[in-house]
Ligand binder design. Structure first.
Ligand code: C5J
Length: 231
């Protein structure tokens, strides 16, 4: 039997079998976290998202050490924008629309510098990268297939932003029968009140969408588990 650990969480502690657990890093892209990208074009203070980078990096390093399946997602569109719904485009600000040129290349377009994952969390060989056109990571992607093929039953969902792409993905995962843990310090929002409310919604009503924990609680039980992955 593989290693497992018990994690303090709301509304109740969770036991995780590491062989059945994946770390999901949602949209930790320059377009959301750095000035000059999509997040900034929408009028947001992108510095609000920086606090979650170091905790994500710690979890990522431990997930690699333990050999967990690591999945990164990136929100973005094909260069010809054929996967960009007109409704989504219509809600972009003038001068900062998806596909327009900005300081980090064309906004939210695959292959452009802004679409890339921030250097601190850059994927390594063997990790899965899912390109998604929507907010939820299961919509119009093969994420479900990848997770089921790997025997994943439980997700640790991190990333930005808490109430948009993290929440959409947590809800989709929950409906597909995955158990989801969200470490509160490993996700962030441009709006601190939305971050807080988003987390509360997940754990409310007996864990209606999943469970809320933090990186320290996740890491507390792993030090004694021998390495199985990349060092
Ligand atoms: C947003 C995301 N906020 N990754 N995308 O538009 O949360």
């Amino acid at each position: 039997m593989g290693a497992s650990l018990t994690v303090a969480a709301l509304p109740r502690p969770q036991r995780l079998a590491l062989d059945e657990t994946a770390l999901l890093l949602i949209d930790m892209q320059r377009d959301f976290l750095e000035p000059g990208g999509f997040g900034a074009a929408l009028g947001n203070d992108v510095s609000q998202l920086r606090a979650c980078v170091a905790p994500c990096a710690k979890l990522l390093a431990e997930a690699r050490r333990l050999g967990l399946l690591v999945v990164h997602t990136r929100e973005g569109h094909r260069p010809d924008l054929t996967d960009l719904h007109p409704e989504k485009l219509a809600r972009c600000p003038a001068g900062g629309a998806i596909g327009e040129r900005g300081p980090m290349g064309r906004i939210l377009v695959r292959g452009e510098p802004g679409h890339g994952i921030i250097p601190e969390l850059r994927p390594i060989t063997g990790e899965v990268v899912i390109d998604k056109p929507g907010k939820g990571a299961f919509h119009a992607t093969d994420l479900d297939l990848v997770l089921r093929r790997a025997g994943t039953r439980c997700l640790i969902a991190c990333g930005v932003t808490t109430e948009v792409c993290v929440h959409s993905t947590v809800r989709e995962a929950n409906d597909r029968g995955f158990r989801v843990l969200v470490p509160s310090d490993c996700c962030a929002s441009y709006f601190p009140t939305f971050h807080q409310a988003g987390l509360e919604m997940i754990a409310a009503q007996g864990g209606i969408f999943g469970f809320v924990t933090d990186s320290a609680s996740l890491l507390a039980g792993t030090a004694d588990i021998p390495a199985r992955g990349v060092q």
